[in-house]
Design a protein around this ligand. Structure first.
Ligand SMILES: [Mn+2]
Length: 370
C-alpha cells in the first residue's frame, strides 16, 4: 500500500496531538480545543446589535398584535433544524400564538428562500426566512412595499446586506465564527431573545443545534462549533422527539451515544432523503415530529395491518415513514447507478478521467440526478 504522511511524525507528540496538528490545530491551542467550555460560545451581540434589536422588535410586535407570521423552512437538515428550533422556542413563550398564528412553508423541491412562496408570503404580517434568503433582494423589496417586515437568520455569503430586510448573518457581520450554520444563527437569535425576556429556553434545543451543524458539515476546527456539537449530542441534551426517537430506533448503528459521525450517517441522511424523495405530506410529517407540541399527538395509524380507528404517535409514524423513504431512495439510487454503469460499459468510457453522461428524461429518477 502506498501512503503519504500529511506531516512527519514527531516522536514528542502523542497520537491525539499528532492528529490534531495534522488537522490544522496549533500546538498551543490543543489543550483549549480538547477542553472547550460554554465560554467558547460567542455572544449573540457579535451578530450585530442593531439588527438583533430590530428583529426582536418586529417579532414581538407581531405576536402582541396577534398577527399571523410565516416561517420559510429551508430544504435540508440545517433548514429543518433551524425552523424547528425557532418554532419550539417560541412555543415555550407564546404557545397560543404559535399554534394559531404561526405557519410554516415547506418547499416542494430544492428551492430556497421566497422564490416559490412570495404570493403566500403576502398574506402575512411578518415573514421569517431561516438558513437562506440573504440575497433574495427583489422579493425583500416587494414585501417591504407591502409593509411586511422580513427577518432573515442565515449563514450564506451574499453580495450585500439587504436594505429591505432585517438580516442576521455571521458572514455579513463581525461574528468571529464563520463555520456556523443556519441553526447556529437561529440558536443565537433565541439566546438574544432569552436575554431580553429574562428567560432560558434556548439551551433546551442544543440537540437540534448539534444535528444542524453536523448535517451542514460545519468545520469542527471552529472551537465554538465543536463545543456546541459535542454538547448538543450529550445524552442529557437529547430531547427533541425526532432526534430522541431516531437515536433509539437506530441504536444498533449509533451505539448508546450519539457521536457527530453517527449523526452524520444515521440521522441527517434520513432528513435529506426525505427532502429529496419524500412527498409533500411525508415532509410535513417529518418536520412536525421535530415540534414538541405536535410530535406526541395521536394520529390515525398507517402501520401495515392497522385496524380502522387505530392510532399511533406522530413521531413514531414519522420515523417509520422516514425509514421507508430512505429505503425507497436507496433503491432508486441503486437502479440509477445500474443504468449509468451499463452506459459506461456499453460506450467503453472507462479510459476517460471525467465522465459526463447526457441522460434522456426519466432515464434516472430526477430526485437523485445531479
Ligand atoms: Mn445551512
Amino acid at each position: 500500500m502506498k501512503y503519504k504522511l500529511i506531516k512527519p511524525v514527531n516522536s514528542n507528540y502523542n497520537a491525539i496531538t499528532q492528529i490534531l496538528i495534522n488537522r490544522g490545530i496549533n500546538y498551543n491551542d490543543i489543550y483549549h480545543y480538547l477542553h472547550t467550555t460554554d465560554a467558547d460560545i460567542n455572544s449573540p451581540l457579535e451578530l450585530g446589535e442593531e439588527n438583533l434589536k430590530a428583529a426582536a422588535a418586529a417579532l414581538i410586535q407581531c405576536i402582541k398584535a396577534e398577527n399571523p407570521a410565516l416561517i420559510v423552512v429551508d430544504a435540508d437538515a440545517d433548514g429543518y433544524t433551524s425552523s424547528a428550533l425557532l418554532i419550539n422556542y417560541l412555543h415555550d413563550l407564546f404557545p397560543a400564538w404559535v399554534e394559531n398564528k404561526l405557519d410554516y412553508f415547506i418547499h416542494e423541491g430544492k428551492q430556497h428562500g421566497l422564490s416559490d412562496c412570495i404570493e403566500i408570503a403576502e398574506n402575512y404580517a411578518l415573514v421569517l426566512i431561516l438558513d437562506a434568503g440573504s440575497n433574495d433582494y427583489p422579493y425583500h423589496e416587494h414585501l417591504a412595499d407591502l409593509n411586511i417586515p422580513i427577518i432573515i437568520l442565515d449563514h450564506h455569503e451574499a453580495e450585500k446586506i439587504s436594505e429591505y430586510a432585517i438580516v442576521i448573518n455571521n458572514q455579513l457581520s463581525e461574528y468571529p465564527n464563520k463555520d456556523f450554520s443556519g441553526v447556529g444563527i437561529t440558536y443565537q437569535f433565541c439566546k438574544y431573545l432569552d436575554s431580553l425576556l429574562g428567560q432560558k429556553y434556548a439551551d433546551q434545543y442544543l440537540d437540534l443545534v448539534a444535528l444542524g451543524l453536523t448535517a451542514d458539515m460545519m468545520s469542527m476546527r471552529s472551537i465554538e462549533t465543536k463545543h456546541l456539537i459535542l454538547k448538543g449530542f450529550k445524552q442529557e441534551n437529547i430531547q427533541n422527539p425526532f432526534i430522541y426517537s431516531m437515536a433509539s430506533h437506530n441504536s444498533f448503528s449509533l451505539g448508546d451515544k450519539i457521536t457527530p459521525m453517527g449523526a452524520a450517517f444515521y440521522i441527517a441522511p434520513y432528513i435529506n432523503s426525505m427532502v429529496r424523495s419524500g412527498t409533500q405530506e411525508e415532509k410535513e410529517l417529518l418536520f412536525s415530529s421535530m415540534l414538541k407540541y405536535k410530535a406526541f399527538l395521536k394520529v390515525p395509524s398507517t402501520k401495515r395491518g392497522h385496524k380502522p380507528g387505530d392510532t399511533e404517535r406522530l413521531v413514531d409514524q414519522a420515523i417509520r415513514v422516514a425509514n421507508n423513504v430512505k429505503s425507497r431512495q436507496t433503491k432508486t439510487q441503486d437502479e440509477g447507478l445500474k443504468v449509468l454503469e451499463h452506459l459506461i460499459e456499453e460506450r467503453h468510457l472507462l479510459d476517460h478521467k471525467v465522465l459526463l453522461l447526457l441522460l434522456e428524461p426519466g432515464q434516472v429518477d430526477r430526485n437523485i440526478a445531479g
